[in-house]
Each structure stands twice: as C-alpha cells, then as structure tokens.
Design a protein around this ligand. Sequence first.
Ligand code: SF4
Length: 324
Amino acid sequence: MEPVIQVKHLKKYFPIKGLFFTKGHVKAVDDISFEIYKGETFGLVGESGCGKTTTGRTILRLIEPTAGEIIFEGKNVMKFSKEEMKEFRRKAQIMFQDPYSSLNPRQTVFDIIMEPVKFHGIEVDDPEEFVVKLLESVGLNEMHLYRYPHEFSGGQRQRIALARLMALKPQFIVLDEPTSALDVSVQANILNTLKDLQSEYGFTYLFISHDLGVVKYMSHRIGVMYLGKLVEIGPSDRIFENPLHPYTQMLLSAIPVPDPELAQELKAKRKMVKGEPPSPINPPTGCRFHPRCPFAKEICKKEEPPLVKVEENHYVACWLYAKS
Ligand code: SF4
C-alpha cells in the first residue's frame, strides 16, 4: 500500500540569535523518518519539548524544514508550485489544542466554516444545508449555525474546528493535542467522533499527544520521540505489551494503573530512570537518552544507535538491540 505521507530524514533546527551572530541551534527535530498509510492513525508521543509538535507543523510546512523530504501522495511537498501548495493546504489540515484562538470571535459558525470553502473555490449548491450537514456530522446542529464562538463550550468549539476542516474534504489531518485542554468526559466524546469520522471518510491522522493512554486508544501505530529523535516505532498493541526502548518503558510506567501490584512494579522501573531531559541545544553525544538510562554502556555515550527492526513492524534505536 502507498503511504499518504512519507517523512524522510526530516530536520528542523531553530537558530539561537546572538547580538552579531547565531550562537547555536535548538535541534527540535533531528533526522526522523516515518510514513503514514491511508486510513491509519500514527500516534506521536513524548515528553514536552521532544519535538512532536514541531514535527506536525513542519510536515504541513507551517514551519519550513531545515532539511529532509516530505512526500505527500507520491510528490515532494518541498518542490510544490504555488498551485500545488494551495491544493496541499486544502488536503492536509491541522486541528490545534486550543480551538478558541483559531476561531474568529467576530464570525458566526456559518462564516467560520464557509470562509475556507470560498477561499479554495469549492462549489456548494446550498451553503446553509452544506454547513448544517457538517455540523450534524460532528454532533452539533442547525441551532448553532449563527452563533459566535464565545457561546460554546471548549468541546463544542473543537467540534466547530473539526467541521471547518472537514468542509475542505482533507485526506490527511494533524491532530495536535486536540483534547488536552478539555475535561475528561468531553475528551472521550471528541476522540470517539474523530474515530467515527475516520471510519466513515477514511481520514489519515497524525495524532500528537503527551498522553500515552489517549495515543493508545487512537493509534494503529505509535512513534516515540525523545529529544528530536524517533527512538521506537511499532504497532500500538506491541508498544504497550512489549516496549523495547528504555525511554518507552519509562513513559509507560508513568501511566496510572488500577492494579496496585503492577503499579508497584512499574514505579520501581520508573525509579531506575534518572533526571530530566537534557537541553536540545546541546544534546548528549551518542544515544541522547544515555545520561538517564539505567542500561547505558560505553558505546551509548559515543555512538548514536540506528533504528533497527526487532520484529514485524517494530523498530527501536537502542544499542541493546543493534549490532555495533
Ligand atoms: Fe540506554 Fe544505550 Fe539503549 Fe540509549 S542505546 S537507551 S543509553 S541502552
């Protein structure tokens, strides 16, 4: 099967400006590769500052990459003409964490949804009927048509944002922590709506979150990021049943579990990992996780481990699994 999107050796470095010259770079994303197939949800997870949000925005070229390739439907996004870029902007959408800041407070729901439709020259026979159908598909209705964003709850605003991006019939959607600002009960509703829409329309999602439980619920495959690198990629159930990278094991042990014995075991494992993530300005040499890793060997400090296949569709970047 052809992937909808392929990311090859993507890098995004942000310069740190000094008074007269550049003092260094924040290596937010540093040579990552993965692909997402049609109708698939690929979850990207990691601690705050690991580069997952930058990855999502760079793929859509909301931020220009420093290096690497982004292939969308077989074509290199970096070489798109102005027209192709406009079409890409329609087909590849993003849903942000805070919908309020992306909804114009002076526009009604009808105008919010119709504005991008007009911009992209999409012909609609009956705009009112078109918008009502979209609202119904995300759990709102015609009563909401001429209301303003401030009249809605956080969950409802996220539904409006969803209806707006669906109006453009996208193929690929970056969901950047779409529910992390919402109450738990509302979160579940939005996540279920996203899943239902995917089943109905075959959407392809990149789902970004720091919450492993939510990522597991949503994703077919998961990529674990640490300090700008992808350290493990695998099917969602395999990552949870058999996490291979010590960092993934640490993340998993931080999820609350109802079983006290298991919780104790996971807590003990977590304690084995030391400290906070280092700065992405001067990341550690070799494996970036080595200052925190209880299994670090001499080679880990010097050489970066390659991402190797350990079992079907399951890859890990760790010297415990790679040959030096
Ligand atoms: Fe730990 Fe070495 Fe594996 Fe890095 S490569 S996670 S330091 S064992």
